[in-house]
Ligand binder design. Sequence first.
Ligand code: SF4
Ligand code: SF4
Length: 73
Amino acid sequence: MVRIHPPLLLRGDEVLILVNRYKCGYCGTCVGVCPSNALDLIELWLEIDQDSCSDCRSCVDVCPVGALAMEVE
Ligand code: SF4
Ligand code: SF4
């Protein structure tokens, strides 16, 4: 598994958005920028719908504490 940026994605790559739950401060910023409504903050739990994710990386870039990562398998 390697960490990449979207321009390097190949068709068929399986992308996962991962949250470091030790870093996440549950601010909801990532939820607000997601264009696919793939993120949901339920009390102190960030839910990620990987199937709805369009791999735009906005959430990773906007997180103020670096709690999100995009990985490809
Ligand atoms: S990468 Fe884009 S579409 Fe996927 S969860 Fe993050 S903001 Fe939403
Ligand atoms: S922007 Fe970062 S700290 Fe805020 S809820 Fe999302 S993952 Fe957690």
